[in-house]
Design a protein around this ligand. Structure first.
Ligand SMILES: [Zn+2]
Length: 80
């Protein structure tokens, strides 16, 4: 890769469900892949560093009986 200043960018391939992180040289037009992540457009990241913790612990809504609050559900899950 050249010695120019590079921009970081990302590209999402919806067909492959892959997020690609790139470094791009605006002078040369060269792209270098930094990282690829399997990614689907829902709040679940395969990369632990990118996952907001409040999203990671949310249960699937349909698994909660309607009469039970979220706090109760979490309490039962922890106690089980
Ligand atoms: Zn360059």
């Amino acid at each position: 890769m050249c010695d120019h200043l590079h921009d970081s960018t990302s590209r999402y391939d919806a067909a492959e469900k892959v997020m690609t992180l790139l470094l791009v040289c605006p002078t040369c037009g060269i792209e270098r892949v930094v990282e690829t992540l399997d990614y689907e457009p829902r709040p679940v990241w395969t990369s632990a560093g990118a996952a907001p913790s409040q999203l990671a612990v949310l249960p699937v809504e349909s698994s909660i009986p309607p009469e039970m609050t979220l706090a109760e559900w979490q309490h039962r899950k922890l106690a089980a």
